[in-house]
Design a protein around this ligand. Structure first.
Ligand SMILES: C[S@@+](CC[C@H](N)C(=O)[O-])C[C@H]1O[C@@H](n2cnc3c(N)ncnc32)[C@H](O)[C@@H]1O
Ligand SMILES: Nc1nc2[nH]cc(C(=O)O)c2c(=O)[nH]1
Ligand code: SF4
Ligand SMILES: [Mg+2]
Length: 222
């Protein structure tokens, strides 16, 4: 199985409970969910015209919609060749759960890596049991997708982007509707806006939830 990869890089996880963890990010191309404030809009469209060679994808200097096909073995070979030190893999996008992530996670787990997926909860999550699943539920977005109960039940953490009271109300309604385990809930201010951050702080304190502030954006790393 091949994966359409937009970016592959080593950095520090800036969000959720793994914040601070050196991580290898695999960013897959494609997402139809349509969040108006999405910070990776260049990953939305999958166009055959945007397919490039692996070498060309790896030498990008700016965010583009270009992607390249990689098998799990190709990805592992590349990670070894680049001598990345991180032992934690984060698969994001785009929407990574549009495809079966089992072969990719399985191969890295066999090599001693831990794995994590960042997903919107709108697609069935197909991965290994060990994989840490971060569901960042996307409610009432333009694409018209619904949050799946199976995604909410599988979530190891829920990380909700917020800017308005409506976002908080939508999250509370979602939590009332779906069974979740004893899952940590994070609020993530949208786009580092002061009002969004103030709202997230107050709501976290009021509900005993956690704050996730996209640390990488404050310190200027990828
Ligand atoms: C770009 S998405 C890709 C993975 C998947 N499609 C999803 O939405 O979870 C990665 C994470 O960034 C968050 N995110 C995207 N744009 C954001 C923004 N402008 N401010 C805060 N968080 C944002 C998403 O909610 C998600 O948790
Ligand atoms: N450093 C860093 N941490 C992240 N956590 C989730 C990210 C994502 O785009 O999914 C992300 C990202 O793009 N960079
Ligand atoms: S689901 Fe994720 S990648 Fe897709 S538009 Fe929303 S934030 Fe962006
Ligand atoms: Mg990001």
């Amino acid at each position: 199985m091949n994966y359409k990869i937009n970016e592959l890089f080593e950095t520090i996880q800036g969000e959720g409970s793994f914040t601070g963890q050196p991580s290898i990010f695999i960013r897959l191309q494609g997402c139809p969910v349509g969040c108006s404030w999405c910070d990776t809009k260049h990953t939305w469209d999958i166009s055959v015209d945007d397919q490039v060679t692996p070498a060309s994808m790896l030498t990008k200097t700016e965010e583009t919609s270009h992607w390249a096909n990689f098998s799990p073995k190709d990805i592992l070979a590349l990670v070894n060749e680049k001598k990345f030190n991180a032992k934690h893999i984060v698969i994001t996008g785009g929407e990574p759960c549009m495809v079966d992530l089992t072969p990719l996670c399985q191969l890295f787990e066999q090599q001693g890596y831990s794995t994590q997926i960042e997903t919107s909860g709108t697609y069935e999550i197909i991965t290994t049991d060990k994989c840490w699943v971060t569901v960042s539920p996307k409610i009432n977005m333009r694409g018209g997708y619904k949050i799946l109960s199976t995604a909410m039940a599988r979530a190891n953490e829920i990380k909700h982007p917020v800017a308005t009271d409506q976002h908080i109300d939508e999250l509370k309604a979602l939590l009332a509707e779906h069974k979740v385990k004893d899952t940590a809930i994070y609020l993530q201010p949208i786009s580092q806006k002061k009002r969004a951050t103030d709202l997230a702080i107050a709501t976290c304190i009021a509900n005993n939830w956690r704050l996730s502030v996209q640390v990488h954006k404050y310190i200027g790393i990828e």
